[in-house]
Design a protein around this ligand. Structure first.
Ligand code: ADP
Length: 485
């Protein structure tokens, strides 16, 4: 008879990825006009490894004067070089970035996991290859923009200011930089304050690719640096991915300025399991949707709706699978759930876990060992959750799943659509007709059927309602960086 897995009755031999091939400098300046420039204020921020709480590097904190220098460099590069360059030449530079990124993929993956806390399996197999794929994909569009928008006149916008979060540091940089460059814009990018390192490595790679000075500028810092970029008068476009609260602030700041804006904000994705679904496959999809990546994805499947007749089976299988999830060293190849990105984020997640219990839901957590130092959270699920509960309605951004049941299709559509968000959703069923019915009625930008969290550079991504507006990826993503007439 097969042995049942009990909590902690097995151990995997550690399989850490080597750090030997990785170079992280003690200090990083700002990448402006193709050069490394000290911040005018002389101020630096620490970026730490969330799995050890040790400092990895000191990173410059750009103020408004530094941001101004970066925008000036981007404007100069736009006026004198990039907007004048034949489109196939632009494409060649972007291909070069893509190829170099592939060559250095291992180094980028290790640094991503050290700075952000995500498991090496995710950064190695997902973040870095998909980032490279975005550069390849958009490089191909650079000289074909006319074909993307037949019978329209296309021209670049100018200088794009781009602000990105900490959950997919390099991938978000690629999502933003690749289409902007392909369309002929120049860029000032601000990475998140807790995960700046892969964007800074990308700056080094861009130097190696010999991009003309000032085409890509990278300024590090926190919210004030982002705000200085948003408010700079010589920016033509702001692309932001981050929290709904900051997105709303940005929307207010650019109103009436003529700056173009795309916002990719929070999410609270419903993952819907019908009784006719292949349950084992669906359980794996639920685990992938919320626990891998620590739930640090705006499109995480954080609300689970299970058809009543299979609720007990799904929950039993989920709990069983959760027992085998490995929480620990992000650089270990066996790790499923890495470190939470920051102490602050862990505090937010723990606040919601407490709140879920106070709201009367039943909590289950795996009882795996957690490392001593660092920021960790066990995979957690709640059953008997109310639709109005805050753990159902609000984005937690952690490995916390809220489970409800449903009896009819109409009921689940109504419940799934009943949050302020509309970024993504998942449907698991054997019946194609149900998939078509749901996908036309769910108000979400991306809907996965019998899978979850799949990304491809050719597919547009973006939200409804408070999840933002505008699309990134695919041909749609080009439109966000062009004047079309
Ligand atoms: P998260 O909750 O994902 O950290 P934030 O919206 O706080 O989301 O951060 C996303 C990005 O926005 C980060 O790069 C952060 O520094 C930046 N940011 C924070 N506040 C502001 C602001 N007021 N204006 C512009 N950018 C900001």
């Amino acid at each position: 008879m097969a042995k049942r897995i009990k909590d902690n009755d097995w151990k995997l031999v550690p399989a850490p990825e080597s750090k030997d091939h990785v170079r992280i400098d003690a200090e990083y300046k700002l990448f402006i006009g193709g050069k490394w420039v000290a911040p005018k204020s002389g101020k630096y921020l620490d970026t730490i490894n969330p799995s050890s709480e040790q400092r990895l590097a000191r990173v410059a904190e750009a103020d408004a004067a530094d941001v101004d220098a970066a925008v000036k460099a981007a404007r100069k590069a736009y006026d004198t070089v990039w907007s004048k360059m034949p489109a196939p030449e632009r494409g060649k530079y972007i291909y070069r970035i893509a190829r170099l990124l592939q060559e250095k993929a291992r180094e980028f993956a290790v640094v991503e996991s050290m700075d952000g806390g995500k498991p090496i399996r995710e950064s190695r197999d997902f973040d870095i290859p998909v980032a490279a794929a975005h550069f390849f994909y958009y490089a191909g569009w650079a000289d074909k923009l006319q074909y993307a928008f037949p019978a329209r006149n296309v021209s670049p916008l100018g200088v794009a200011g781009q602000i990105i979060p900490w959950n997919f540091p390099l991938l978000m940089a690629a999502w933003k930089i690749a289409p902007a460059l392909a369309c002929g814009n120049t860029v000032v990018l601000k990475p998140a304050e807790t995960t700046p390192l892969t964007a800074l490595l990308l700056a080094e790679l861009i130097q190696e690719a010999e991009l003309p000075d000032g085409v890509v500028n990278i300024v590090t810092g926190a919210g004030a640096t982002g705000a200085a970029l948003v408010n700079h008068p010589d920016i033509n476009k702001i692309a932001f991915t981050g929290s709904t609260a900051v997105g709303k602030l940005i929307q207010r700041s650019v109103a009436g300025t003529g700056k173009k804006l795309t916002l990719e904000l929070g999410g609270k994705a419903p993952n819907i399991i019908f009784a006719d679904a292949t349950i084992d496959q669906a359980v794996e999809g639920i685990i992938n949707g919320i626990y891998f990546n620590q739930g640090h994805v705006c499109c995480a499947g954080s609300r689970l709706y299970v058809e009543e007749s299979v609720h007990d089976e799904v929950v039993r299988k989920l709990k069983h699978r959760m027992k085998s999830l490995v929480v620990g060293d992000p650089l270990d190849k066996n790790t499923d759930i890495g470190a939470i990105n920051s102490r602050e984020q862990l505090g937010t997640i723990n606040k919601y876990i407490k709140l879920g219990q106070q709201e009367g839901a039943d909590m289950y957590q795996s009882s795996c060992d957690l490392p001593g130092k660092g920021f960790w959270c066990r995979p957690t699920l709640f059953t008997n959750v109310a639709q109005s509960a805050r753990i159902t309605q609000e984005e937690i951004f952690g490995p916390v799943l809220a489970i409800q049941t449903f009896r009819t299709v109409d009921e689940v559509i109504q419940k799934a659509n009943n949050t302020p968000y509309g970024l993504s959703a998942g449907v698991w069923t054997d019946k194609g007709s149900k998939i078509f019915n749901l996908t036309s009625k769910l108000r979400a930008g991306v809907i996965w059927a019998n899978t979850f969290n799949k990304f491809d550079p050719t597919s547009p991504f973006g939200g409804y309602k408070e999840s933002g507006y505008g699309r990134e990826g695919g041909v749609h993503g080009l439109g966000a960086y062009l004047n079309l007439s």
